[in-house]
Ligand binder design. Structure first.
Ligand SMILES: [Zn+2]
Ligand SMILES: [Zn+2]
Length: 187
């Protein structure tokens, strides 16, 4: 009987020729557990923003990325308005679900936990609604550029007015002070 062909296990990062027997080995199951718990901890961080959508600051966009170990791809948020937008959409995509199914089948993972690694369509819809509401709320609170410019001009004008007032008061008071100081005291 010929030897089984070598296969690469992405979880154990090694070549083996044990066929299907490998995924049920204690070592593989142990590494699988650790791989899944790391991935789950990252997905839980993202789940926070799934329940609590937040605006993504422009300066944070470059650092807000996610590496999906199941799809072997990095999801960037360079064009995102909300924290983890593209990642949330990725986790809800059919391509990610297919990759999860494939990973589960190839690695003999427990089917009970599989749903924790994907975003359900109802969760995505809820998140999208919350994002829309947040956009509307922030748009009504944020002044437009025109309004910001008008506000800046107003502040500068007020400051100038106050500066002139202080100067005028100082000039008015100053000669009096001089007069008072220069007046001989009457006993
Ligand atoms: Zn393995
Ligand atoms: Zn994925």
């Amino acid at each position: 009987m010929p030897d089984k062909q070598f296969e690469y296990c992405t979880v154990c990062r090694l070549n083996h020729n044990r066929g299907k027997g490998h995924k049920f080995s204690a070592k593989h199951q142990q590494r699988l557990e650790s791989h899944l718990s790391k991935a789950l901890s990252k997905i839980r961080d993202i789940s926070f923003f799934l329940s609590n959508p937040a605006l993504l600051r422009h300066s944070d966009r470059a650092s807000n990325s996610f590496w999906c170990s199941f799809c072997d791809t990095t999801i960037c948020e360079l064009d995102s308005t909300f924290v983890c937008s593209n990642t949330i959409r990725h986790l809800a995509s059919s391509s990610h679900l297919d990759a999860i199914k494939k990973f589960w089948f190839e690695n003999g993972a427990s089917a009970e936990k599989r749903h924790l690694f994907v975003v359900q369509s109802e969760e995505l819809a809820k998140w999208e609604d919350a994002c829309k509401a947040l956009s509307t709320a922030s748009a009504s609170m944020e002044p437009s550029h025109g309004a910001v410019n008008r506000m800046a001009v107003f502040v500068v004008t007020q400051l100038r007015k106050e500066a002139w007032l202080i100067l005028a008061v100082a000039l008015a008071v100053h000669p009096c002070i001089l007069k008072i100081m220069g007046r001989p005291s009457h006993k």
